[in-house]
Design a protein around this ligand. Structure first.
Ligand code: ADP
Length: 167
């Protein structure tokens, strides 16, 4: 059985992440999305919330499931029986960080390979943080955040939501 792990912060999952998930799910028998702790990021949604948000978006993808990871990604990959890590590359800016991560992971565990998938051009500018910055001001996040979870994102972020505008 060919299994891959797609680790990330997913705070929250975006249409760009979903595109990678759908494309990777076609290449493997099972794709496991792992919600990881990135010490560089302060999250808007806790890990259980991020898991629930992704689960709402993968209902039509039977070979995809979500786990909450702790510790090192390569150790989780071993525990889950995955020898591939999927990562997305949007632009040159991602490359340096991703290269360092993938090299460190290879040094930690040479049974686990990192596979990079390039973002579709229409999603190459898209990130969870940009989507959140738009939602804070009640901007339209239709092209950023999956329809299934838009309401949750506005409910958490829109600063004037108590005025009833986001209802
Ligand atoms: P992390 O904190 O681990 O970088 P993210 O949730 O920001 O977590 O991203 C997870 C992975 O998905 C990373 O490899 C990132 O480059 C990739 N990714 C993020 N946004 C997109 C996008 N719009 N298109 C393709 N890949 C993306």
């Amino acid at each position: 059985m060919r299994k891959a792990l797609y680790p990330g912060t997913f705070d929250p999952v975006t249409i760009g992440h979903m595109d990678i998930i759908e494309r990777a799910a076609k290449l493997y028998d099972e794709l496991i999305i792992a919600i990881m702790v990135n010490p560089r990021k302060k999250c808007t949604f806790d890990s259980k919330e991020r898991k629930a948000l992704i689960e709402k978006c993968i209902r039509n993808l039977p070979n995809v499931r979500v786990v909450i990871g702790d510790g090192l990604t390569v150790d989780l990959a071993d525990r889950e029986g995955c020898n591939t890590l999927i990562r997305g590359i949007r632009a040159v800016a991602d490359y340096e960080y991703e290269l360092a991560q993938a090299t460190a992971n290879l040094m930690l565990n040479n049974r686990v390979e990192t596979l990079f998938m390039v973002a579709r051009p229409e999603y190459s500018f898209l990130s969870s943080s940009i989507a959140k910055e738009i939602a804070i001001f009640d901007g339209d996040i239709t092209n950023f955040i999956p329809e299934e979870i838009k309401k949750e994102v506005y409910d958490r972020l829109y600063i004037n939501k108590d005025n009833g505008k986001s209802q």
